[in-house]
Design a protein around this ligand. Structure first.
Ligand code: FAD
Length: 405
């Protein structure tokens, strides 16, 4: 058959938030950048995240406001600039679900102590909402007795973020299938380096060359690294068992509920559905502690927890479901984990995990620094596109799409 060479400056492998933000940024800078995805864009951890652009306030709960936390503290502004169409990427078409995320203590004694601690530790970074009329609507109920803090953290509709990041760049994305023997794509290595990626379509074999290959494959990094023949940096997975509840209560909730531990007892985000209901997405302690539970047990715990912390919200006619998902991160001890994106150069590749959706801009900065350090400059991309017959990956569906009618 025919062999055609495709020469890129940078190939990004994995189209979650890390790969998408990086790909979009590199394109803006004039790099010939390609994005390879083997499923759907955003369909991994990214769409299953709660979409909160953390500024690090959650971490100050444990008293660990370290230097690294300064990095994450700058992230909400980077995203706000992007949403205003004035950032390094253009998210002006993306949808904001809530301008603020909240932190609330339901009012029993134990959690009131945590909230007292929180109010001191967080002074100047969060504000207590004192007037009833300034509270999110859901808390303006006579039986509510808690304390509410407003955080400078936006909550985003992630599917619209994914769409914005790929818009106009589809011709530089490639859907790949790495299945050994039957798939269309293969990593070809040479002496521990990635020589090129071989992609076959019809009777043409394309050889995709790049000066740098960046792995932003989330959990998929392990298999890719195996094919590449490297075992470092090591990855770890942290499993979560999230709960979804679709219901007709009119008010959304975007908040961490404080318990007695330093992890939020429950983190709730609300996602509008096409039939005018909300899907509440429940994470935090319940998702971490619920990994061993069956879905039925996990739903029972969620019902009990919600009845305890929001007794006036009626879930009688609600539909329930759960979703299992792993967080993929570099393997390192919990205490050392910096709240900054992780990037490590490996030969002509870079292995990265953002560790937080919010840190995608930081990851793009770090990769940019590593490219600069290797003198890899943009070579100009005005005419750059993949051959028209190649397939492009689709944007993912919403995380609840297969769970409810
Ligand atoms: P992913 O989104 O997993 O993307 C990896 C992509 O690579 C996928 O699309 C996958 O299909 C593709 N891929 C894999 N292997 C290959 C391959 N061999 N070839 C090509 N493509 C490949 N962070 C926050 O900041 N705020 C939050 O509110 C938040 N909530 C979270 C809630 C949950 C339940 C979870 C699990 C995480 C949450 N996070 C949050 C963390 C955040 O979701 C992740 O840090 C972030 O989405 C990781 O992005 P990523 O691009 O590295 O990975």
């Amino acid at each position: 058959g025919n062999v055609t060479d495709i020469n890129a400056d940078v190939v990004v492998i994995g189209g979650g938030i890390a790969g998408l933000w990086l790909f979009n940024t590199l394109n803006k800078q004039g790099y010939k950048a390609l994005l390879l995805e083997d499923e759907t864009l955003g369909g991994g951890q990214t769409i299953k995240s709660q979409g909160i652009v953390h500024g690090g306030t959650k971490y100050t709960l444990s008293g660990n406001l370290t230097k690294a936390a300064d990095c994450i503290a700058g992230m909400p502004q980077r995203w706000r600039d992007a949403l205003a169409g004035e950032g390094d990427v253009d998210l002006s078409d993306a949808k904001v679900l809530s301008e603020y995320h909240y932190l609330w203590s339901p009012g029993d004694i134990a959690s009131r102590m945590t909230s007292f601690f929180a109010s001191k530790a967080l002074r100047g970074r969060v504000n207590q909402v004192k007037e009833r009329e300034s509270l999110p609507a859901i808390f303006r109920n006579d039986s509510f007795r808690g304390t509410v803090y407003k955080l400078n953290e936006i909550v985003l509709d992630i599917q619209t973020v994914v769409k914005s990041l790929v818009r106009g760049l589809e011709s530089r994305t490639l859907k790949v299938d790495w299945t050994p023997d039957s798939g269309d794509s293969r990593l070809v290595t040479d002496n521990g380096e990635i020589a090129f990626i071989e992609h076959t379509q019809g009777n043409v074999t394309y050889r995709i060359h790049a000066r740098k290959f960046v792995l932003t494959a989330g959990e998929g990094a392990r298999t890719l690294m195996g094919r590449w023949g490297i075992s470092e940096p090591e990855m770890q997975l942290r499993p979560l068992h999230m709960v979804m509840v679709k219901h007709t209560h009119p008010d959304p909730l975007y908040a961490h509920c404080l318990g007695i531990k330093t992890v939020p007892r429950m983190t709730v985000t609300s996602h509008p559905t096409e039939d005018g209901q909300w899907v509440w997405y429940l994470g935090g302690e319940i998702a971490e502690d619920g990994v061993e539970r069956t879905p039925e047990e996990q739903i029972r715990v969620a019902r009990r927890e919600l009845a305890d912390i929001l007794p006036w919200v009626n879930f009688d006619n609600a539909q329930w479901s759960t979703l299992r998902v792993n967080r993929a991160e570099p393997k390192q001890s919990r205490l050392l984990r910096p709240d900054a994106a992780f990037c490590q150069s490996m030969g002509n590749g870079i292995v990265t995990w953002p560790t937080k959706l919010a840190l995608a801009p930081n990851l793009a900065d770090e990769v940019g620094n590593l490219l600069g350090a290797d003198s890899i400059q943009p070579s100009g991309n005005e005419e750059f596109a993949l051959p028209a017959n190649l397939k492009h990956p689709q944007v993912c569906e919403q995380f609840w799409s297969k769970h409810f009618d």
